[in-house]
Design a binder for this molecule. Structure first.
Ligand code: SF4
Length: 368
C-alpha cells in the first residue's frame, strides 16, 4: 500500500519497475522450490518486496493514510485453515519441539479431515471464509492453528502448502503478478495432491483404504454400490503409528526428483506448467497496449494531493496523484499516444508512459 501523498503526475512511477527475480527457494518451501526448477526453464520467481511478511505491511501504522484497511496483529493474513498433504504433515511433525509440530498433533488429535492423504479441509468452508473481506485478516476465530501469535510467524513455514506459499497481500506488478502466483498455486496444489497419493501408494496401504479415500458418489438411484468387507482400518500396517506414517510420507516425497513429481502430476500438471510459464513471460512483458480505457477504478480515500484508488485488489490500492487522476478521462479507448498527449497538455506536465503502465498493472486502466 502506498504511503504518503504523491504530488506530480509522475510520482506514481516510483512504484513501477519490473519485479526483481530471485531463486525459487527464496520464496517457496524447500520441497516445492525444487519442483519448480523442473517447470520454469529459468527458475526465478518475482520478489514481492511490497509484501513484507517480517514487518507486516498490513498492520496499523501511523504513516498509513486515514481509513486504510489494516489486519489484526493477532492474525495477520493467517485467517485461513490450510489443507496439508501427508508429506507436509510429516515434515512439520519431524520438527519435534516446534510450535508447528505441536499444532499439527492437535489437528491430528482432533481428527477433522485426517486421512492417509493428509489433513483435508472442506473447500466450501475455505471459500466461504476467504471471500469475507470483513473477517479476512482480522477475525481471530478464523486464525490458523499453525500461526504463532506471540511472534506473528508461521509454525510450519518450511512445510506450508500451495496457497500459503503463493499468497501475497501486495504485488510489485499488481494484477499481472497476482495472476502469476495464482497459476503457480494451481500447479503446486495439483502436484501436492499427486505426491500425496504417491506417498500413500508407496507405503502399502490396503486397497480398502484407497476405497475409503475415494468414495463413490452417493446417488439416490441404483447403479452405484461399494462392498467393503467388515470393519476396515484405513491405516493398514500403520495402525497405531499414524505419525510414523506421515513422517515416512515426507521421506518418500523428498526422494522424488522434480521431473518425477511433474510426471506424477500427469498431463494436467504438464498443461498447468505451461500456464505458469506463460504467466511468467507476461509478468516480464513491459509493452503497453495501443489503446487504453478505464478499468475497475474505485475511489477509497482522498487527500489534498492524491486519490487512493482500488483496482485489482482491496488490499493493494494505489495512491494516484490528483494531477494524474484528474486526467484519467482522456484514456477512453483512443490511441494511447493521443491520450497521453491530451492528458499531458491538460496536466501542464508530461504524463510518463511508466505511470500508465502502473495504472494498467493495478487494473485502474485496461487495454482495449
Ligand atoms: S500455515 Fe502458516 S502461512 Fe499458512 S495460514 Fe497457517 S500460519 Fe499462515
Amino acid at each position: 500500500m502506498a504511503t504518503g501523498h504523491p504530488r506530480g503526475v509522475s510520482a506514481v512511477v516510483t512504484r513501477r519497475s519490473l519485479p526483481l527475480l530471485r531463486p525459487p527457494e527464496a520464496s517457496l518451501p524447500p520441497l516445492q522450490a525444487r519442483w519448480i526448477v523442473a517447470v520454469l526453464g529459468t527458475p526465478t520467481l518475482p520478489d514481492e518486496s511490497n509484501a513484507t511478511c517480517d514487518d507486516c505491511a498490513m498492520l496499523a501504522d501511523p504513516s498509513l493514510p486515514p481509513g486504510a484497511l489494516v489486519f489484526s496483529p493477532d492474525t495477520r493474513c493467517c485467517t485461513y485453515l490450510p489443507t496439508l498433504a501427508n508429506f507436509l504433515v510429516g515434515g512439520a511433525l519431524r520438527e519435534a519441539t516446534s510450535h508447528g509440530a505441536a499444532s499439527m498433533r492437535l489437528r491430528l488429535a482432533k481428527n477433522d479431515g485426517v486421512s492417509a492423504l493428509g489433513i483435508i479441509v472442506d473447500p466450501a468452508l475455505v471459500a466461504a471464509t476467504q471471500s469475507d473481506t470483513e473477517r479476512f485478516g482480522r477475525d481471530v476465530t478464523l486464525r490458523c492453528p499453525h500461526y504463532e501469535p506471540t511472534t506473528g510467524r508461521c509454525g510450519v513455514w518450511a512445510w506450508r502448502e500451495a496457497t500459503c506459499a503463493t499468497w501475497f497481500c501486495k504485488h510489485t506488478r499488481g494484477e499481472r503478478a497476482k495472476a502469476f502466483w495464482n497459476r503457480l498455486q494451481q500447479l503446486l496444489a495439483r502436484l501436492e495432491r499427486a505426491v500425496a497419493w504417491h506417498c500413500a501408494l508407496t507405503l502399502d496401504l490396503p486397497p480398502e483404504a484407497f476405497a475409503l479415500l475415494s468414495p463413490l458418489a452417493r446417488t439416490n438411484g441404483p447403479g452405484r454400490a461399494d462392498v467393503l468387507a467388515g470393519e476396515v482400518d484405513p491405516w493398514g500396517r500403520w495402525s497405531g503409528d499414524v505419525e510414523g506414517f506421515f513422517r515416512a510420507c515426507t521421506e518418500v516425497a523428498e526422494a522424488l526428483t522434480p521431473a518425477a513429481v511433474l510426471a506424477l502430476g500427469g498431463v494436467e500438471a504438464l498443461a498447468l506448467a505451461q500456464t505458469v510459464q506463460l504467466a511468467h513471460r507476461q509478468l516480464l512483458d513491459d509493452a503497453l497496449p495501443t489503446q487504453v480505457t478505464l478499468g475497475r477504478a474505485q475511489v477509497v480515500g482522498l487527500s489534498p494531493d492524491s486519490v487512493r484508488t482500488q483496482g485489482y485488489s482491496h488490499l493493494d490500492p494505489l495512491e494516484v496523484p490528483r494531477a494524474l487522476f484528474d486526467q484519467l478521462h482522456h484514456f477512453d479507448g483512443r490511441p494511447l499516444d493521443d491520450a497521453l498527449r491530451a492528458a499531458s497538455a491538460a496536466a501542464g506536465e508530461d504524463v510518463p508512459a511508466g505511470a500508465i503502465g502502473m495504472l494498467l498493472d493495478f487494473g485502474i486502466l485496461r487495454g482495449c
